[in-house]
Structure formats: structure tokens, C-alpha cells
Design a binder for this molecule. Structure first.
Ligand code: FES
Ligand SMILES: [Fe+2]
Length: 348
């Protein structure tokens, strides 16, 4: 499977996790997610090692999850902690895979690779990005029938916006003035999109004087494997960012497998922060733009690309492709390193 395993991926948003277990497939692994009664977020393999029943149909009992078929109970580290049968001895092999988790900023992250590497790799931190709770936050998610790198291409090249989102996120003429810049530092890639002296985009139209032009920016940062931060906003022409209307977004891509992707997004705004109706409308608008404009295009592109490597198809490249191509190269390098490490461990 052409996926990077050593990385933090979004498992679920915190407000969706409770003591009611939920199934979630990540990188092809069927998993069960739940919160213990003491509040800990847990991610385990969903497949009971006895007769392979789905644990997500079971019940959380304290810090254990009880299998719905014959009642073995597993603790938060995946070890069987209770056997209701016979002499109550716990068979040594009775354990399920445990995935390390980190919960912060309203997001539960799961580590899908070598557990020994998880502790040395900090999970993404959005604390500062979301204005430490001072900004108004909305979120959503949906699934795309495509490899997640196809969604990554879409996000790292926002020059598609005037064509795909001409009435929602961009204006049709903003492409004329688009300035694009790419930067890489280590394995982090930034794509800066800047449109000076342009019409106010529909997303901000209700909150500004649309008779006056503005400067528009959409700067995106990617960290492998699938974490993106988008800083989008409008200011007076020549004005300072902090005086404008700004939205900080997280776009978080979790491969369900190599043909499907769960796309989770969060958006925090610095304007009309105390208005629930504005939050509701913004949530619907953003979700609509992603699911009705981006998603069908990403899926259509994936249909034509299939499992081929992008560069092996010799695509025509435009300036806006620089960041997406760079990200794909980094991911290919990470996969190669993982494959080499796994091969070494197997030989040893
Ligand atoms: S299948 Fe889980 S206890 Fe039997
Ligand atoms: Fe888009």
C-alpha cells in the first residue's frame, strides 16, 4: 500500500468520541475508537483475536472494551484483561494491536506505524493557530474516493480556485493577478498565494465593503503525511494582515486505504466571533464548496490517474504545481525509508 505509516493521522474529532465505540478504518486497518470512562482516547484493532468479532459492536466497561461475541475484555493498551470463561485464565495471545494516540486542540491523532517512533515524533499542534480559543471555530468532514495525494495536490495548488470555486471561495478574475511562491524547510512545504488589489471573495463579502478592492491571501503549509494549515484572508489594499478578516483552517487527510480518504477540516475566524448563525452558515458554505466543487474533481482526476505515480504520467506542469510535486517527492522518500527500515528489521 503506497502510504506512509510512520506519522500522526487524524482519527476523530474530540467532540465525536465518547464511551460508545466507533469503527474507523485508517490506512487499511479496521480500528475501534472509544473514550474510557476516565476520559482517555483509545485506538485498538477492531478484530477480536478469538473469533474475529468487531469490537466496535461491544461495550466500554470502565477502561476496558468488552467483545460483543463471547465477552473477552481488552484494556486501553490492547491486552486482554478479563476472560469470563472457565478458570478465567487470560490466554497470552489474547491481545489486539494498540495504536498510540494524542488528543489536543479538539483532535484525536493516531500513530499508524512503528510504535517505538511515536514518542519521538510530536503530534501536530494547532493551539496557537486556532487563536487559543479566541476565534470562532467550525468543522466538518467527508470522504473522497481517491488516494489522499490527489487531495494534497488540490490543496497545495489553490490556483484552481477561480475555476472550481468562482462563486464560493474565489472570484473568476483573481487568477489574473495571482502571485505564487513555494518554500520548503526540511519536510515542510509552504505554498503562498497572494492576489493584490482584487474584488472581495464571496466568503468575505457579507463582512466587508465590497465596493472597495482588497488584498487577498491564501497561504498553506503542509507537514507529512496529511496535515495542512491554511491561512486565508482579506485586508485593505496595502493593509496589515492582522487588521483584516482572517480564517485559519486545518485540512487533515487520513487515508482510509489507498483509494479512499477521510477529509477533516476545521476553520477558525477572527470576525463576528460570537454569532452562532454566522458559524452555521460558514460551516455549510465551506462543507458545500469542498464536497460539491473539490470532491467531484479530485475523484474524476483519480479515475483518470488510477494508481499511476503522477510524474510517470509526464503531466504538463504549471507554476502552481511546484509545491504539490515537492510534497509527493517527500512522501516517496519517506515511503522508501520506511520500506528499507522494515526490510532491515526483517533480516535482523
Ligand atoms: S470473538 Fe471476541 S470473545 Fe469471542
Ligand atoms: Fe478547492
Amino acid at each position: 500500500m503506497n502510504l506512509v505509516r510512520n506519522g500522526w493521522y487524524v482519527a476523530i474529532l474530540s467532540d465525536r468520541l465518547s464511551t460508545t465505540p466507533v469503527p474507523q478504518t485508517m490506512l487499511g486497518d479496521p480500528m475501534v475508537l472509544y473514550r474510557t470512562t476516565s476520559g482517555e482516547a483509545v485506538a485498538l484493532s477492531d478484530r477480536c483475536p478469538h473469533r474475529f468479532a468487531p469490537l466496535h459492536k461491544g461495550t466500554v466497561k470502565g477502561d476496558h472494551i468488552e467483545c460483543p461475541y463471547h465477552g473477552l475484555q481488552f484494556n486501553a493498551s490492547g491486552a486482554c484483561a478479563f476472560n469470563p470463561h472457565g478458570d478465567h485464565k487470560v490466554p497470552q495471545a489474547a491481545r489486539v494491536r494498540h495504536y498510540p494516540t494524542v488528543e489536543r486542540d479538539g483532535i484525536v491523532w493516531a500513530w499508524m506505524g512503528d510504535p517505538e517512533l511515536a514518542a519521538a515524533t510530536p503530534a501536530p499542534d494547532f493551539g496557537e493557530f486556532f487563536g487559543a480559543g479566541r476565534w470562532a471555530l467550525v468543522s466538518g468532514d467527508f470522504e473522497i474516493n481517491a488516494h489522499y495525494e490527489t487531495a494534497l495536490d488540490n490543496l497545495l495548488d489553490l490556483s484552481h480556485a477561480p475555476f472550481l470555486h468562482p462563486t464560493t471561495l474565489a472570484t473568476a478574475d483573481s487568477v489574473n493577478n495571482l502571485r505564487f511562491e513555494m518554500k520548503q524547510q526540511g519536510n515542510t512545504v509552504w505554498a503562498y498565494h497572494y492576489v493584490p488589489d482584487t474584488a472581495v471573495t464571496p466568503q468575505f463579502a457579507a463582512f466587508r465593503d465590497t465596493s472597495r478592492p482588497c488584498d487577498f491571501h491564501a497561504h498553506i503549509r503542509w507537514d507529512p503525511p496529511g496535515t495542512l494549515q491554511l491561512d486565508v484572508g482579506v485586508t485593505d489594499v496595502g493593509g496589515r494582515d492582522e487588521d483584516g478578516q482572517l480564517i485559519h483552517m486545518a485540512h487533515l487527510l487520513t487515508p482510509i486505504d489507498s483509494t479512499r480518504t477521510r477529509y477533516t477540516w476545521l476553520a477558525a475566524r477572527n470576525f463576528v466571533t460570537d454569532n452562532a448563525e454566522v458559524s452555521k452558515v460558514m460551516q455549510q458554505q465551506v462543507q458545500m464548496a469542498f464536497t460539491e466543487e473539490d470532491e467531484p474533481m479530485i475523484e474524476a482526476v483519480w479515475q483518470y490517474m488510477g494508481t499511476s505515480d503522477l510524474l510517470s504520467l509526464a503531466p504538463v506542469l504549471l507554476p502552481g504545481d511546484a509545491a504539490g510535486v515537492r510534497a509527493r517527492r517527500i512522501l516517496a522518500q519517506l515511503r522508501a525509508t520506511e520500506a528499507a527500515t522494515t526490510a532491515q528489521k526483517t533480516v535482523a
